[in-house]
Every structure is written in C-alpha cells, then in structure tokens.
Design a protein around this ligand. Structure first.
Ligand SMILES: *Cc1c(COP(=O)(O)O)cnc(C)c1O
Length: 394
C-alpha cells in the first residue's frame, strides 16, 4: 500500500485510522468482547508472552478493538503511541503516577478539573509527592514554583471551569530547562483544536467520555506520548494495576471518533454565537469564551488553538440568580457533563467543584454566580431562545 496514514487529513484519519479487519471483511470495526486469547501450541504461547511473536495475550494488557481506538486517536493527535483507559481520571492518575516517585514535586495550574485538584491535594501526598499550584496564565509563577525535585508540570488549558488559558509552549520551555515532563489535559480544546505535543508537551491526556464519545454513553480515557515514554513510564504500571478500557467502550468511542471533527466544529460555531448573546445580556456580569476578544488570555487562545471550543462560562452575580437561570431552561439540560450532542448547563460551585475548598474556589475566580454551558448540536435558533429566556428569568 502506497498510502501513508500520517499524511492523511484529520477527517480521513478519523474514519480509516487504526482500522484492522478480520478475515470476515466486516465494514464496521469488529467488537472483540474477549478476555483472553488462545495459542496454536505451547511454543506459540511461550513466544507471544516473551514478546517474540506479535499478538494479544490478555485484554488487561491489550485488545484488538481497544488497539483500533488507540491507533486512531494517536493518528489524529500526531502521537507515536496511545493507551486507552477506563476513564479520564484513570488517565490523569496513570499519567502522573507513571512519572512520579516518592520525594518528587509537581507544579500545576490552580484551575483544574475537581478530581485532578483532589489528587494533588489529598492523594499524591500519601505517596510522598508534593504539589504547588500556580495561576496558570502567569508563566513567571510556573518558573518561580520550581524546586530541585520538580518532575512534572500538569497543565489543563482551557481550564475548568472558567476557561483560563495557559501558554503550553512557554511552560514547556521552562520544564525542558529543568528536565521535568509536561502533562496536558486537553479535554476542553479537543484534539481537533489543540496539539500539545507540537507545542512542546510530553504527554497528553483525554477524558474520552467528553467530546470523543460525545453522545452520552460510555466512560473512557487516553494517554498519548512517544513510544519510548509509553514503554518506559506506562507499560508496566498499566499492565499490573488494571485501568484497562473495556472493548465495548472502545468500540463506542471508535464510532464517536468518526464524527468528532464534524461535531466539534458545529458545536464550536454555535458556541461562538451563543457566547456573544450571553456576554451582551444585562444580567451577565462576566462572560468567558476563549475566542472572544474580551477573554483575559485571548492572545494565548488564538496562538495555540485553532478553534474556540464548545464551552462557555459566565457569571450571574449570585447563586440564586444562577439557580433561577438553570431552572428556567427548557431545552438545555442541567448536567455536569460536557462535550455532548445535548447542550448542558451546570453550576460548578455546587457540582463539579464541590470538593474544592471555598478559599481555593475563590482563588480561581469561581464565584457563587458562575455557570458553565457545554454547547451541543441542537439548532442555534432554539438554543438562543432558550438561553435568552433563562437569562431574563435569572
Ligand atoms: C471530565 C474530565 C476529566 C475526567 O474524566 P472522566 O472520564 O469523567 O473520568 C478530567 N479532566 C477534564 C478536564 C475533564 O473535563
């Protein structure tokens, strides 16, 4: 075959990437619901376990359907290798644990997904790893937080929940100087709009639960990096601690990838229009959308992302007003999920960021009136009407 998949356009990668057909020549990717595999002979089993012969041995290690998902996502990301995991948090956890040892230190942006923040505050200290959190947009603060034992920078950009931006290239340059690894949680930007590895990051993580499924069905996660990094830092911990992605979920996510580009671009077009409507409403005190000129890190967003994404955050001044807004919505669902075909609105202080102490909420600018909307695939006219009516009621 003369075609080189790494030269394909993203749309082609998402349909054809990683495709492995069985002897039956099925059109859709096969779902290999099998725990283990059989061998022609004892010698064959010996060779496969030794790694001398290619093939699968156990689905906790690898599975053909999961491998198709991993290869397709790696091709889209432009990464050498990918591991699928059972959830986004399994991916963030493995991404950190694989790189860290007792006595190491992590620097992270202070605005993070709630569970990631919990991991830094509560979980890593149990294993002798300390973390310092810094204002993500402040590049000098990342540098000032470095200690002799700093081994990992954890970057989430745009960050939960107010879409704060961190300059991936600038922060990666600081990490490179001190030999630390940069892990980027790229969920909000999606692999369609932001390529952290090209910007200098070492590891990219996804919650595939979000845009990659995008239709509210399954949990999943992924870690992407060089083959050498996956082999050195993740291969053995992955095999022996068991965060494997279910083949069924991998199959759903493969079908999700086929339409990812279409969905994310449409959602983003609608989000950009709704962000203007929201920002212009008199009940809204502040609105955040990365591609609007009034976003505090608009220049960073334009530099490192090729689209503004499907999320909008804004402030209605008080928890009561935020609740009135949510309760007046008739089309948009009240839900903490994001990236879905269905538009969803949430009140982060009482949901996704509930486990973040109040002083830390205030530190990241998370006020009682904050609302986050994940824009779906419904019609712009209907969403505009629903949101305008709920803003009037706020
Ligand atoms: C949802 C999310 C996660 C966690 O993913 P799960 O699949 O729910 O475990 C991590 N990071 C970000 C930015 C997320 O939005």
């Amino acid at each position: 075959m003369s075609e080189d998949p790494t030269r394909w356009e993203p749309a082609t990668r998402l349909i054809r990437g990683g495709l492995m057909r069985s002897e039956h020549g099925e059109t859709a990717e096969a779902l290999f619901l099998t725990q283990s595999f059989v061998y022609d002979s004892a010698e064959g089993a010996d060779a496969r376990f030794a790694g001398d012969q290619p093939g699968f041995v156990y689905s906790r290690y690898a599975n053909p359907t999961v491998k198709m998902f991993e290869d397709r996502l790696a091709l889209l990301e432009g990464a050498e290798a990918c591991r699928g995991l059972s959830s986004g948090m399994a991916a963030v956890h493995m991404a950190l644990m694989g790189l860290l040892r007792a006595g190491d230190h992590v620097v992270a942006g202070r605005a993070l997904f709630g569970s990631s923040r919990w991991m830094l505050n509560e979980w890593l200290p149990r294993f002798g790893v300390e973390a310092t959190t810094v204002p993500g947009p402040d590049v000098a603060a990342w540098k000032a937080a470095v200690r002799p034992n700093t081994k990992v920078f954890l970057v989430e950009t745009p960050a939960n929940p107010l879409l704060e931006m961190t300059d991936i290239a600038a922060v990666s340059a600081i990490a490179k100087e001190i030999g630390a690894k940069v892990v980027v949680d790229n969920v909000f930007a999606t692999p369609i709009f932001q390529k952290p590895l090209e910007l200098g990051a070492d590891v990219v993580v996804y919650s595939a639960t979000k845009h990659i499924d995008g239709q509210g069905r399954v949990l999943g996660g992924a870690i992407l990096s060089t083959q050498a990094e996956i082999d050195a830092s993740y291969r053995d911990p992955f095999r022996h601690t068991g965060p494997a992605l279910s083949p069924f979920n991998a199959w759903v996510l493969l079908k999700g990838l086929e339409t990812l580009d279409l969905r994310v671009r449409r959602q983003t077009e609608t989000a950009a229009a709704l962000a203007d409507l929201i920002a212009d409403h008199k009940k809204v005190t502040r609105a955040f959308y990365p591609f609007r000129a009034d976003h505090p890190q608009h220049d960073v967003a334009r530099k490192q992302m090729s689209g503004g994404g499907s999320l909008i955050a804004f402030d209605l001044g008080s928890r009561e007003a935020a609740f009135r807004f949510l309760n007046a919505l008739e089309i948009v669902d009240i839900s903490n999920n994001l990236g879905d075909a269905k538009s969803m609105a949430t009140h982060p202080p009482t949901t996704t960021h509930r486990s973040v102490p109040e002083d830390q909420q205030r530190e990241i600018g998370l006020t009682p009136g904050a609302v986050r909307i994940s824009v779906g695939l419904e019609g712009l006219g209907d969403l505009s009407r629903d949101i305008a009516r709920a803003l009037d009621a706020a």
